[in-house]
Design a protein around this ligand. Sequence first.
Ligand SMILES: NC(=O)c1ccc[n+]([C@@H]2O[C@H](COP(=O)([O-])OP(=O)(O)OC[C@H]3O[C@@H](n4cnc5c(N)ncnc54)[C@H](O)[C@@H]3O)[C@@H](O)[C@H]2O)c1
Ligand SMILES: [Zn+2]
Length: 701
Amino acid sequence: MTEAKQAARAAELRDLLNRYGYEYYVLDAPTVPDAEYDRLFRELEALEQDYPELRTPDSPTSRVGGTPLPEFDSVTHQTPMLSLANAFEEAEVEAFDRRIREATGREVVEYDVGPKFDGLAISLTYENGVFVLGATRGDGASGENVTANLRTVRALPLKLVGDQIPRLLEVRGEVVMLRKDFDRLNQEQDAKGEKRFANPRNAAAGSLRQLDSKITASRHLSFFAYGIAACEGMTPPDSQSGIMNWLATLGMPICPEKDRVQGVEGLLGYFKRIGGRRAQLPYDIDGVVYKVDALALQETLGFVSRAPRWAVAHKFPAEEALTTVEGIDIQVGRTGALTPVARLAPVFVGGVTVTNATLHNEDEVRRKDVRIGDTVIVRRAGDVIPEVAGVVLERRPMQEVPGEDLFSTRQAPCYQPFEMPKTCPVCGSHAVKEEGEAVSRCSGGLFCPAQRKQALLHFASRRAVEIEGLGDKLVDQLVDLGIVHTPADLYKLGLVKLAELERMAEKSASKLIAAIEASKHTTLQRFIFALGIRNVGESTARDLAKHFGKLDGLIEAAQLADDAAALAALQAVPDVGPIVAGSIRDFFSEPHNVEVVAQLRAAGVNWTESEPGAAVLSGPLLGKTLVLTGTLPTLGRDAAKAMIEAAGGKVSGSVSKKTDFVVAGAEAGSKLAKAEELGIAILDEQGLLDMLATGPGANAS
Ligand SMILES: NC(=O)c1ccc[n+]([C@@H]2O[C@H](COP(=O)([O-])OP(=O)(O)OC[C@H]3O[C@@H](n4cnc5c(N)ncnc54)[C@H](O)[C@@H]3O)[C@@H](O)[C@H]2O)c1
Ligand SMILES: [Zn+2]
């Protein structure tokens, strides 16, 4: 770089950092991850170190925090509220300990250590044990008077306890929002249709810096003390750890994770210990803080411009980083769920290099409006799979496109919104999304390679067609070697093929062949269950088998060209509602599945068919749900049920909004009452008989 270029870069970095700092400190609404800020900060520090003439008085490297908001009264800090030097690498921690030992002449230094809370710093003044003033850090020299808001923080004592109270005590600590309170707050924001908070730190800062204390009170903030800045009227303990223990006796909340350690091994051991528990802690931390324990040594060491020399923040690898979206792939899970996954330019985050991040589902992509080409914030916390936390919209380029009329143009984003594919990228079957569900699924359950193993295991399971001996390991091999693609292929397996498999003796191979052969003789109920139709369990399979009697009857109903008629025909089966009916229709509308069913029958899978129980695709009560209650004068319960079902209607056991008619006889009880409450038409036996003869029109008044 030439000198002019360096000067330009330094100016650019100052501008960026000042803007990000303003968004973070003043607005409590950062637009980039901390790691991005820290990276630019370090670049500017390095430039200023190499070229001191580039240093300006307004450089973010020589200042603390941001300007206090004018809406609050300003508080001048008697002792400035500083920042902390950072260490990211072990070597930097070793250098810190070495500097301390050299400056103090100690062989081993004792440190007070604790989590570095990700909240905001606060200064609390107590006069004769009474809380009188609370202020934010602001720019370090003066902050905002937030006393009224702090009074609403329940963890913060309004009065100190104990019998030895100093005349004046200034406590420093951090206001944080516990993760559970943060999650709850965001749920409330969602419910109100308001913007979510990016993280607990911003939520805490935003909640404390409210002009209306009632809002602060509703937000559930917490507080931990981490030091004192002034004490008058008595002599405080002479070590950091001693002060903390003393503050605890005064009723100050102290973090239980604090500790005291010796030397650099002690520091690094503590870092590891807390790092391992980070995800389990109830609050967010972004590292740990090491402080020289003895106050006498702290005094010897003193301060640099914006931080004490006797303390350092050892930061964890950032959990959020910036990168770009190179593509959006669709992954198909074992149960057919289609998950959009962002393909990313490799980025180091949460301690590993990440190249993919889940986008969860279509709704999430929409909500975050992630587009291919976008710069995004990737988050990887603990062992949780990486996710795209949000888009940096200001980095989405705009382009000129034709406007409303012939001569005008307007600005539009260069990148297109994401569209979920309509078919499964693995097998080409239709992708379907159930009402009220966020997830799209591949409907080719029997055919889709992504769902193959799951489908085979289910097909062979004990309650399905039952193939004894066909377990996980075998299915893995059969699928991975490309021997079996669909359940129909099982019936083509020969002894020779099976004996080739790993750990498969001839004897067990012939046993398996026999089990496969035996599974051919099954029942319609088991066969329907074995198909693995979504939402169709054993009991629904039984109802379907009973109702339709023949598989073709079921398939015909599901494939009726008129969608509403198909759903009505399926819902004529007891306990089949719209969701289950939809799943059955989707399954049999997928030609791939129907083909596999045909192959299975061709391979000899068979069962005894029966006459339909009430496989009625027409009739005066088609699509109507009736509930029987009480004793009818002449018709028995079963007879009434059979007549209704033969007329295309459905009999349900309980009254709901979906009930069309309640047929009430003598001594009808709560069902009748419920029907009256919901305003559902009520019939007697004669009314039912009339309707069976003429259709519901006559009675449905
Ligand atoms: N994303 C952005 O746009 C953006 C902008 C500005 C700053 N930042 C972030 O803010 C941080 C820098 O802010 P900073 O100057 O306040 O420094 P800092 O947060 O790194 O360190 C100083 C602060 O640590 C806090 N702290 C927490 N636990 C403590 C403990 N046990 N003992 C003592 N202090 C403790 C105190 O509030 C203190 O003010 C960086 O992480 C930076 O990335 C982000
Ligand atoms: Zn598929």
